[in-house]
Design a binder for this molecule. Structure first.
Ligand SMILES: Nc1ncnc2c1ncn2[C@@H]1O[C@H](COP(=O)(O)OP(=O)(O)OP(=O)(O)O)[C@@H](O)[C@H]1O
Length: 347
């Protein structure tokens, strides 16, 4: 488990920069945890505090019950063997082949030639680069370079892998294949993965939980599916908007929506579903119970990994009393719901 307790980081210079202002986070073993934020939010500083490449100004970094903040440099070097890291620009050694790049950390710890040969061969297979082992980095695509970076990071058998904007220099297709590889590594080897990114699509693709950081402060954290379906902070709402359109479609917005119920007006409702609730026959049961008509104006179903979520915009027609009763019923169902307003009948 990774526990960050009240981490602050101030960079001293001509003007002091308070990059982290009291960050508290717990990352469980085996999860893929995303940290999202805009440029300058403090993401890199935060991830570098986890392996103490950057020493926090105050607070504690506790990994598997060991407090890294109290360790000497020698103790830290030993501890970092359990924490691999990959970078946006790969940081490969250009004068070494793929094989020798992956072997490098093993050479540093004095592993035998045979052990290196075996380990590197296994890692090459894991990342799908066996046929490229004698190439130099300049002969590889971005995606292949990142695969080398991943293999090198795994050479010391870490139980944590930190990814600092690891897919930001890659095209969408290559990003997808690298994220699939990371997911595979997480599932096969049980490695905890921490992903720093400014792209919500990356979070949606592979993270179990996410925290959003702005101005050195964690604004919100939670399960990805919860945050996507019900973001609380403005920062998270903005990020969610970048991958899911929760705005009212223009045609609906133009219907002349009012705030208050009135005779001759129908109720405009947004229903939010996730997981098993996606199968709830909401519309049919409202129609049956309250003898109303329900018309579906807009719908969108998406998947976060294997979990479905989505929303429907419906109009509930009938008397004001029927509409109110129908919504009372909907509110009790295990789905999200909100009245968006009222629209003139026969809109
Ligand atoms: N070594 C440093 N010295 C002084 N200020 C720094 C240093 N490193 C980062 N900062 C400042 O700390 C703040 C947070 O930077 P950080 O790199 O952690 O943000 P980020 O979210 O990773 O941004 P980006 O996505 O642009 O890399 C910024 O204002 C940055 O200018």
């Amino acid at each position: 488990m990774i526990k960050l307790e009240n981490i602050t980081k101030t960079y001293d210079g001509k003007a002091q920069v308070h990059a982290l202002k009291g960050v508290n986070l717990t990352i469980e073993d085996g999860e893929i945890f995303g940290i999202i934020g805009k440029s300058g939010a403090g993401k890199s500083t935060l991830v570098r505090c986890i392996n103490m490449l950057e020493r926090p100004t105050s607070g504690n970094v506790i990994i598997d019950e060991k407090n890294l903040t109290n360790m000497t440099d020698a103790q830290l070097r030993a501890e970092r063997k359990h924490i691999g890291m990959i970078f946006q620009h790969f940081n490969l050694l250009s004068s070494r082949t793929v094989f020798d790049n992956i072997a490098f950390p093993l050479e540093l710890i004095g592993a035998s030639k045979e052990a290196i040969q075996k380990k590197v061969a296994d890692l090459l297979e894991l990342v799908g680069l066996t046929d490229r082992q004698f190439n130099y980095p300049a002969q590889l695509s971005g995606g292949q370079k990142q695969r080398v970076g991943i293999a090198r990071a795994l050479a010391s058998d870490p139980n944590i892998l930190l990814c600092d904007e690891a897919t930001s220099a890659l095209d969408p297709q290559t990003t997808k294949s690298i994220l699939e590889l990371l997911k595979d590594i997480n599932q096969r080897l049980g490695i905890t993965i921490v992903i720093i990114t400014h792209e919500m699509a990356v979070i949606k693709e592979i993270c179990n939980r996410v925290a959003v950081i702005e101005g050195g402060v964690i604004k919100e954290a939670g399960r990805v599916v919860d945050v996507f379906t019900n973001p609380q902070s403005q920062t998270m709402k903005d990020f969610v908007k970048s991958v899911i359109n929760m705005e009212l479609p223009a045609g609906i917005a133009k219907m002349g929506i009012t705030d208050q119920p009135a005779p001759g007006y129908d109720m405009l409702v947004r229903l939010r579903f996730k997981g098993a609730a996606t199968n709830e026959p909401v519309v049919a049961s409202v129609v049956q119970r309250f003898h109303t008509y329900v018309s579906v104006l807009y719908g969108n179903i998406d998947y976060i990994q294997d979990e479905p979520f989505g929303y429907l915009i419906v109009v509930i027609m009938g008397s004001m009393e029927q509409q109110a009763k129908a919504f009372e019923y909907i509110k009790e169902l295990p789905i999200g719901s909100e009245v968006l307003g009222y629209v003139p009948r026969n809109h």
